[in-house]
Design a protein. Structure first.
Length: 431
């Protein structure tokens, strides 16, 4: 069983130890949603986060919670925020998971007041958190609003794009009035309207990105063998779509990327086939880069870690919730977290080679997206270079676990043979 790699920094209050992630390894960048303030399954969900080793979670609030009697009501999130803090997880806050506002969205002033109230209460070092003995370095840094604004079951009457933009600008200005170091981003966009260049909402806020008010583009990615296929090359990858969206919307600023919902749907495929795809999808999400080739991914949240397949055939990642029993896709998620513990991404090349290199804690890993169109060198062999001194063997991992071990015999380079096409490999250097 993997655990959160966290650094306990202090503060025992009422028998509770607060902690926060020590490094930005993939486990710290991976997370899950949703964790509600009023959720009867709150303890179960936080236990799942510990079991899987996920470092982040999404806390949603709807308008009946954060806005009360004509004023902001940030207290609605207190229970969830403190529970998440106790468990050493980094939260992002989402206002309006189901964005059923219609014409009641409100204006700039309302949203500025909401942003300021939330940031004053939950930003790192705030009086509320200090009053509960939460370490100064822990708090909500990421504030988001308006999830999937085009989804018609959420919005039978579409929100006006300009109202949407004014609300987000107000939220951003309110949050930034507390600290310019805090981040505000729109809630996630569905991938299909973005592919068709038919999402007016991202275009409406392009100027806010370029002015530095909005931080990251959140693209939801549900891989589907028919509608969002992985076997058609990387043109459906998150990297490709991120580049496409920035260009089409006119976003010229060096913005970040995040995805608060991603999975490989178990639709028209077996669970094993979905697991094989999910491994590629996770590394796709974790390794999006900007124009300079440097990683810009903030976090990636598979949906849904908490749901069983009995309840949620396409997206559920477990067979049993408590104790958490993973599906094949759930095992893939756990493996990525466990194998990369203590390592950070030092280089990635999703536009050409499909190779990512991680290092840290005396360890090193190479990840290869061995799929046609995802790498310029698909094949049955992979050359590993710059093997550190002292490495005695290379472990070859794929979606179904450890495939083989290869002794290095002191070599700094070796070729791994006998690989299969159309999947992702992780090569872990071991002492």
């Amino acid at each position: 069983m993997s655990t959160l790699r966290i650094h306990v920094v202090a503060a025992i209050a009422a028998g509770l130890v607060y902690a926060f992630p020590a490094s930005a390894d993939p486990g710290a960048m991976l997370g899950a949603g949703n964790v509600h303030a009023s959720d009867r399954q709150l303890d179960m969900k936080l236990g799942v986060l510990r079991t899987v080793g996920l470092g982040m979670c999404r806390i949603p609030l709807d308008g009946r919670a954060y806005w009360k009697d004509g004023s902001p009501n940030p207290e609605a999130a207190d229970v969830a925020v403190l529970a998440v803090a106790k468990n050493g997880v980094t939260p992002i806050l989402l206002l309006e998971y189901y964005t059923r506002w219609h014409d009641a969205i409100g204006g700039y002033d309302k949203w500025r007041a909401i942003g300021r109230a939330l940031a004053e209460r939950f930003a790192p070092g705030g009086e509320f958190l200090k009053g509960h003995n939460v370490p100064a370095g822990w708090g909500i840094v990421h504030y988001t609003a308006i999830n999937e604004p085009m989804w018609r079951s959420n919005n039978p009457q579409p929100i006006d794009p300009q109202q949407y933009a004014r609300a987000l600008e107000g939220l951003a200005d309110g949050v930034h009035s507390v600290s310019a170091k805090l981040h505000v981003s729109p809630g996630g966009y569905q991938e299909v309207p973005l592919f068709a260049n038919k999402n007016p909402y991202i275009k409406a806020v392009a100027g806010l990105y370029n002015a530095g008010k909005l931080h990251a583009i959140d693209i939801h990615r549900y891989w589907d063998v028919k509608y969002v296929p992985m076997d058609k090359g990387s043109r459906f990858s998150l990297q490709s779509q991120f580049d496409q969206v920035c260009k089409q919307a006119g976003i010229t600023a060096a913005v970040k990327f995040q995805t608060t919902e991603t999975n490989f749907k178990r639709r028209l495929v077996t669970e094993d086939q979905a697991a094989r795809g999910l491994l590629t999808g996770l590394w796709d999400a974790l390794t999006v880069v900007g124009d300079d080739g440097k990683p810009v991914t903030q976090f990636a949240m598979p949906w849904n870690v908490f749901n069983t397949t009995e309840k949620d055939t396409n997206y559920g990642l477990c067979i049993k919730q408590a104790p958490w029993e993973p599906t094949a896709r759930g095992k893939v998620l756990m493996a990525v977290v466990a194998l990369t513990g203590g390592m950070e991404i030092v280089s990635c090349d999703p536009r050409k080679t499909g190779v990512t290199v991680l290092a840290g804690a005396g360890r090193k890993m190479w990840v290869w997206q061995n799929r046609k169109g995802w790498t310029d060198r698909p094949g049955t062999s992979f050359e590993i270079r710059d093997i550190p001194a002292g490495v005695r063997r290379i472990e070859v991992h794929a979606w179904d676990g450890l495939r083989k071990r290869i002794d290095t015999d002191g070599r700094s380079r070796l070729v791994v043979e006998g690989l299969e096409l159309d999947q992702t490999y992780m090569f872990l250097a071991m002492p």
